[in-house]
Design a binder for this molecule. Structure first.
Ligand SMILES: [Zn+2]
Length: 280
């Protein structure tokens, strides 16, 4: 699925993966000739569609930026490195360090996604500096405080008043708290990003393209979570309560994922994850 918008000489195409593969967004930002890609999909079938879309855009892909070290945002690195050898693959060092956990994550996700997963990864080069330029348009790098991950980068294009938020913002999807469980820091991160300048377009990590109001919606969910997830409350009780409060939000499976040996879906049935969240 692609959502496209053109503004002030730039075009933004947001590609969304299939719901059963966590529906991650990737955003192609294009000027007349050149383009940047921010995140690059997860499983092979989605990545193939994204590759085709980027190829057919006719733009010269100059760089691929990875927002954070979760595989639903970097799973396409190998395929893109092969298909677009002239595009530089870039991420902040902290994000690269997190990507080194891929072999362990693959072990857990293979229960659900099997041979849809990449085996090895091509790792990005360190992203340095404060901004990149597409034609003469600036795209700023925002180093975020702890939010969904310890290290994450969002991107802001002032001339388009556009925030490419990665998993800083979710639109009508449950948030994944399993890495940091720190709603207060996450709220600060959103406030910091929202303060960067005027924002008309927000490209979330999951969910539809929105306006700046989806920042407030994400904060509302986090405040609810903070009330529900008090110390001592078991994570399965938190998951059930957040599903009750937000029955229409997608990806409730994210509420059931934890760090450590139980990360991913290993043992999912044993802890009572509703079967429909596991793809049947
Ligand atoms: Zn994600």
């Amino acid at each position: 699925m692609i959502a496209s918008v053109e503004t002030n000489g730039l075009r933004f195409d947001m590609f969304t993966g299939e719901e059963r593969f966590l529906a991650p967004n990737a955003v192609l930002v294009s000027a007349r000739q050149d383009a940047f890609l921010i995140d690059c999909g997860f499983v092979k079938s989605d990545v193939e569609k994204l590759l085709k879309f980027v190829g057919q855009s006719g733009k010269r892909l100059r760089a691929i930026f990875i927002t954070h070290a979760h595989p639903d945002h970097y799973g396409g690195v190998n395929a893109f490195a092969e298909a677009f050898p002239e595009a530089t693959l870039l991420a902040r060092q902290g994000v690269i360090d997190g990507m080194l956990e891929w072999p362990a994550k693959r072990l857990h996700w293979q229960d659900m996604f099997g041979d849809q997963l990449p085996v090895d990864l091509v790792y990005p080069r360190p992203l340095l500096g404060k901004a990149a330029y597409l034609a003469d348009r600036e795209m700023l790098f925002l180093d975020l405080p702890i939010c969904e991950t310890v290290h994450a980068t969002a991107f802001y294009v002032p001339s388009a008043r556009a925030l490419i938020a990665g998993d800083l913002i979710f639109n009508r999807y449950h948030l994944y708290m399993g890495d940091t469980n720190n709603p207060t820091a996450w709220i600060s991160a959103i406030e910091q990003a929202r303060g960067i300048g005027p924002i008309d377009l927000v490209f979330p990590g999951h969910g539809k393209l929105g306006g700046v109001d989806i920042c407030a919606e994400t904060i509302r969910w986090l405040k609810d979570y903070r009330n529900v997830a008090r110390p001592g409350v078991h994570f399965t009780a938190i998951a059930r309560e957040m599903m009750r409060r937000y029955p229409d939000h997608g990806l409730a499976l994210l509420l059931w994922l934890t760090r450590g040996p139980g990360f991913g879906t290993a043992g999912a049935r044993e802890i009572g994850v509703p079967a429909e969240l596991l793809g049947g």
